[in-house]
Design a protein. Structure first.
Length: 138
């Protein structure tokens, strides 16, 4: 059986999370033994200088909320008042549930951070930039 067909079948049981930031503290932190993460693809949107991390995960082993926590731990989603914004932060939602969870998480963090949050929550889009595929077994 074609490897792509097998990978496609495996992904039907998985959920997809996509995050982007201009300055991750460590992209490779997504490539961990974090339970439930099965596949990661790292890409870059060159026109915006944003690193994109696409994660396929098993929602029975890791929640989308836990992945959001990891995302916010790996970059600074804020800007000081009056400062020029160079950082960019994106949550690309794939369904209504992810949109709702992402908005709740952002609202929680707004209460915690003193500086303005720059994270945008927008629908996922397909990007054609070349990326690095990483298959994980957990």
């Amino acid at each position: 059986m074609d490897r792509r067909i097998i990978a496609q079948k495996e992904r039907t049981l998985m959920e997809r999370a996509v995050f982007g930031a201009s300055e991750f503290f460590s992209q490779k932190a997504f490539i961990t033994d974090f339970r439930g993460i099965e596949y990661i693809q790292i890409k870059q949107l060159k026109e915006k200088n944003v690193d994109i991390v696409e994660i396929w995960f098993d929602p029975w082993k890791v929640s989308y909320n836990e992945l959001l926590d990891l995302f916010f731990d790996l970059h600074n989603p804020t800007i000081k008042n009056g400062q020029e914004c160079k950082n960019q932060s994106y949550i690309f939602f794939t369904n209504f549930s992810q949109l709702k969870i992402a908005k709740q998480k952002k609202n929680q963090l707004i209460q915690v951070f003193k500086d303005e949050m720059i994270t945008e929550i927008i629908p996922v889009f397909e990007h054609n930039d070349t990326g690095k595929d990483i298959k994980l077994i957990s």
